[in-house]
Design a protein around this ligand. Structure first.
Ligand code: AMP
Length: 633
């Protein structure tokens, strides 16, 4: 019988074939095999990458796209892998999604000739962002689902060493499928997680880990995210003593679910007592599946009800999760990058329960796995998985740093992009340097070649031969009016500075306020001269004094340290920053707008800056107060 180690030949993740084997061999053996497999490929990460690329080219060199660059008579089989790698990186250009969009569009329209991959593509995923106002499509193949399964297995194996869980337990999983639709050419389109939840691999994961999600598939795929959340919570409560951990793809979904729980707990207890289901859930399939999954339990309902009353009255829902799910060992979700703003709220619900930051990937490809689950979310790094894709790294140098920086920058080309970075030549994974920032470039088994992902990472070390990456930010600037350049991370830091003042709102600093920032976004308003930044906040809890909000506004303005911004503010070529406070539920409306357009809560990331007229109309209609900064006099 083949072992996972043998199956995972370079560039192949044939994990779905041995379902039955997973039943036969014990959990520990599966974990050990996955770990052995990974340690082997990490040891020889550089060589593994060269072979991964060779495999991708062997499979797809006859496609229309690669023939454009390789010509018709590339003799792949006769070529040395290193020679092929150097040919590939010299003739195939770096591209971004818009460059590949015409090819993907033809696939979407039903052209089944080998355009990007030799195997026909039958599914497309929706990735974050848009191309010319249209959602961004990315090819999804069996390989995508297999690599997701292998990532989960790998992460679970390392997690189990520090935080073992009981086999046979349950997972309270806040996962959601998006609406799926067919393209003109009949290809099924949904988010990558939607395809994964519907795949064999998702079932395999549950069977092989012997941990089943609390909700049946009808709940996950129900399409109405509020009803799905209600059912996840209800079944999670019904199975509360068996839940081993709480999870979601991105942390936003967990925070969202427990914010809903604060409003729904009485109704949930009622359903639990009676074995009934709220009329909030209208889908007959979902109703039937849920009602079959639990029985009336008046004793449990009474216990949970009294815990909830105490959590609400005495603790403002602090430690909600361990109080109601006493056997949960940890919370596992992506907590880095654009999820950081939800971390405080998550900590509040988690109390002393460990928060484990989940792995790093994208619709385009999985990238790295968290091998050190005991690290807190702000210290987490992701070790690149060298068989999933061929990775290149474009060194990024910050203009501001160059004067004081003595790194070798002889290879730098000043980029024509409008951001703050100059770029070096792309490097293979084996040549990256610790401490350096890079943009990730992917060549995948799903037909993306030298594709700029747009994420900025920092190399923080190596695990054997494989680099460990921390996520820095999306490269794209979000706030820029003239010479100012601010990324999502800059905005996030400014908002963090401003919102800390909400917690100490009392004049005498005696009483801590219970006001908190629920969510935020921004807009560079250039309709009047000078243009200025507008930041929208939804605040929850006790009423905040206007003087405090004015201070928050000035603190945010002062917190943008980008030189271009500071100079522009001093000379008033950028106007005073404006804080607009929006009414309760505004960001929920934004979520609904996105869900209506095919997004899924599982992969949802609140846009941190918007020019979208629909969103601006929602935000402006819901604005209840406006404040202007006095940071620059
Ligand atoms: P999507 O494929 O549209 O769901 O989004 C993928 C993007 O989410 C990546 O390109 C990153 O920008 C972000 N992302 C994914 N995983 C992480 C992570 N662990 N930490 C921070 N950001 C992440």
């Amino acid at each position: 019988m083949m072992t996972i180690l043998q199956e995972a030949a370079v560039g192949e993740i044939a994990v779905g074939r041995h379902l039955d084997m997973d039943y036969i061999i014990g959990d520990q053996q599966i974990h050990d095999e996955v770990v052995d497999w990974f340690e082997g490929i990490a040891e020889n990460a550089g060589q593994t990458q060269t072979h991964t690329l060779q495999r991708i080219i062997q499979l797809n060199h006859a496609t229309e796209y690669l023939r454009r660059y390789f010509g018709d008579d590339l003799r792949v089989r006769d070529m040395d892998p290193a020679e092929l790698e150097s040919l590939f990186t010299s003739v195939v250009p770096l591209v971004s999604h818009p460059d590949l969009d015409p090819y993907i569009q033809r696939i979407a329209d039903g052209d089944s000739s080998p355009i990007l991959t030799s195997e026909p593509i039958t599914m497309l995923s929706l990735s974050s962002g848009t191309t010319d106002g249209r959602p961004k499509y990315v090819p999804f193949t069996r390989f995508s689902a297999q690599s997701t399964l292998q990532t989960f297995r790998l992460a679970a194996a390392y997690r189990s060493r520090v935080f073992p869980i009981r086999p046979g337990g349950r997972i309270l999983e806040f996962i959601y499928s998006s609406k799926q639709f067919l393209t003109k050419g009949g290809l099924s389109v949904g988010t990558a997680t939607t395809h994964y939840f519907a795949s064999e691999e998702f079932k395999t994961k549950q069977k092989s880990s012997k941990s089943f999600t609390c909700s049946p598939y009808e709940v996950i795929s129900g399409g109405d995210y509020k009803a799905t959340t209600y059912c996840h919570l209800l079944l999670g409560l019904a199975l509360c003593d068996q839940v081993e951990f709480v999870t979601s793809t991105f942390a936003y979904s967990i925070v969202q679910a427990f914010a809903a729980f604060e409003e729904l707990w009485e109704e949930l207890c009622e359903d639990l007592r009676e074995g009934s289901l709220s009329s909030r859930v209208s889908s007959p399939e979902m109703r039937m599946a849920v009602l079959k999954s639990f029985s009336p339990n008046p004793g449990l309902a009474t216990r949970i009800g009294s815990k909830c009353r105490e959590l609400k009255m005495r603790w403002n829902w602090w430690r909600l999760i361990p109080t109601l799910w006493p056997n949960a060992k940890y919370i596992y979700s992506i907590m880095t990058g654009s999820m950081q703003p939800y971390l405080n709220k998550l900590r509040h619900y988690a109390g002393d329960l460990p928060l484990i930051s989940a792995d790093y990937g994208s619709t385009e490809s999985w990238i790295g796995v968290n091998l050190e689950p005991s690290n807190p979310p702000d210290k987490v790094s992701f070790t690149a998985i060298p068989t999933f894709s061929y990775f290149e790294f474009i060194p990024l140098y910050n203009y501001k740093q160059q004067g004081e920086d003595h790194r070798d920058i002889s290879n730098i080309t000043i980029s024509s992009t409008t951001d703050d970075f100059s770029e070096g030549q792309p490097l293979p994974l084996s040549r990256v340097k610790v401490g350096q920032h890079y943009e990730i470039v992917l060549t995948t088994f799903t037909g993306l070649y030298r594709y700029r992902l747009g994420d900025v990472v920092e190399v923080t070390g190596f695990y054997k031969g494989s680099p460990q990456l921390t996520f820095v930010c999306r490269r794209k600037l979000i706030l820029t009016i003239n010479i100012d350049k601010n990324t999502e991370k800059d905005l996030q830091m400014a908002v963090e500075k401003g919102s800390t003042l909400l917690a100490t709102q009392d004049k005498n600093m005696m009483m801590m306020s219970r006001a908190e920032l629920v969510d935020f976004t921004s807009h560079a308003d250039v309709t009047e001269q000078p243009g200025h930044y507008v930041i929208y906040w939804e605040v929850k809890g006790e009423a905040v004094e206007e003087a405090v909000l004015r201070e928050c506004c000035s603190a945010m303005d002062a917190a943008f340290v980008d030189h271009g911004y500071v100079v522009s503010r001093r000379t008033n070529s950028i106007g005073r920053l404006e804080l607009r406070v929006v009414e309760k539920g505004t960001f929920g409306k934004i979520l609904e707008h996105y869900i209506g357009n095919g997004a899924a809560v599982s992969q949802f990331k609140m846009p941190r800056c918007t020019n979208n007229q629909v969103l601006l109309t929602i935000l402006d209609r819901c604005t209840v107060k406006r404040f202007w900064s006095s940071a620059y006099g």
